[in-house]
Ligand binder design. Sequence first.
Ligand code: GAP
Length: 465
Amino acid sequence: MEQKNNPMEKLVSLSKRRGFVFPSSEIYGGLGAIYDYGHYGTLLKNNIRDAWLKAMVQERDDVVSLDGAIFMSPKTWEASGHLASFDDPQVDCKKCRSRFRADHLLEDFGVNSDKAGLEFINAELNKLKDGGKLKCPNCGSKDLTEAKRFSLMVKSNLGSPTDELTEENVIYLRPETCGNIYLQYKNTLDSTSPKLPFGIAQVGKAFRNEIVARQFIFRTREFEQLEMQYFVFPQEVKNNYELWKQTRWDWYLSLGIKPENIRWYKHEKLAHYASEAYDIEYNFESLGGFKEVEGIHARGDWDLSQHSKFSGTDLSYFDEATKTRFVPHVVETSAGLGRLFLMVLDQAYTEEEVKEGESRTVLKFPPKLAPIKAAIFPLLKNKPELVAKAREVYNSLKSEFMCEFDDNGNIGKRYRRQDEIGTPFCLTIDFDSLEKDDVTVRDRDSMEQARIKISELKNYLRDRI
Ligand code: GAP
């Protein structure tokens, strides 16, 4: 029997209690919509990132890597259009001073204002105000400002530490990672000589001055993106787009995401240069429904053309076979690592009755994503021969598998703790182990136990991870 109440509160609380995610700068009162990842969170996040890199780079011969800097020439964002129009419509409550996204307020009344102008947004807000329906979600006051534009670009400055932040030295933290990919497209082409179609993939931090509602790590001001730009012949955009849609969908299934938990969302209103845009949405129990985790976009030749124009560097491609020169078109796949993390956590979180009157919380991660693959316990902490044998097993496994040695509390408590961390296998060394050279392996999900020879343990774990 499974049950989940207040799912978001439970995820937030477990994440902190078990060292997955902490509010940033908590001892100074915290920093809105910024989070730190603890030991198990870091391991889980890295496993998701590595699964993406394996599928997107290691297992393909048409995608190469990049690790670009966060600071980039401010011209980048002029060329991309971010400085002119990367903003959200903002509404303030005049009473409690809370700030909201106008499009989210409208969404609650079933009004879609995706890519709509301020005129449309304010007209819709006014209709709701006139009907007495629009209230501050925080304090209930009806005294709300008109919607105005709020830039998402995070400003900084580079220069001597005493410099004031002036318009001359202003620099931006990148709002998306793909900027580096466009700027290093030519160097990548010149240095690794890929033939079209080819992609450049990168994982890195991005920063946005989000107007946030409480959504934990779903929408943060500092986050990681997993982006890949696939450069294609202009006449081959359609089939490449379809291929990438399928490839990305399949990746979610390969991660262990249930097909009924994901769906496509088609963007009807597109940027002027785009020919197609779909999101993959996951049905977050913790957020009350389907929300975007990844976007797949056909972006035309907009980005390379704009950067050619603004930089004065020719970013066209010469095709030897047809002896033609042109600017490649781009199919982009763009996912947020924090959102993937929340998705994996959301699906894994389970409360179940173990036996009459006894329940447990368990994170049923797919073993390949689990932060800890195996926990090794001596049955009794005060029996040196059991502790020594357990250490021996732990030492033999830890170079291949992320393992944990645990001799705290009784076995029952250790199982509960490992369940909450999502460890798929718990290995106990008891007195029989000393004679028979075997251990008890307890499976996290079925809670069944089997005796496995120590010499067979690596194969046993490999087969299941
Ligand atoms: N280069 C295209 C791009 O950045 P996007 O839809 O703005 O497109 C892509 O972002 C993905 O990045 C989203 O699907 C989401 O997973 C993630 N993302 C965007 N903003 C985020 C935020 N504030 N916090 C966490 N993840 C975010």
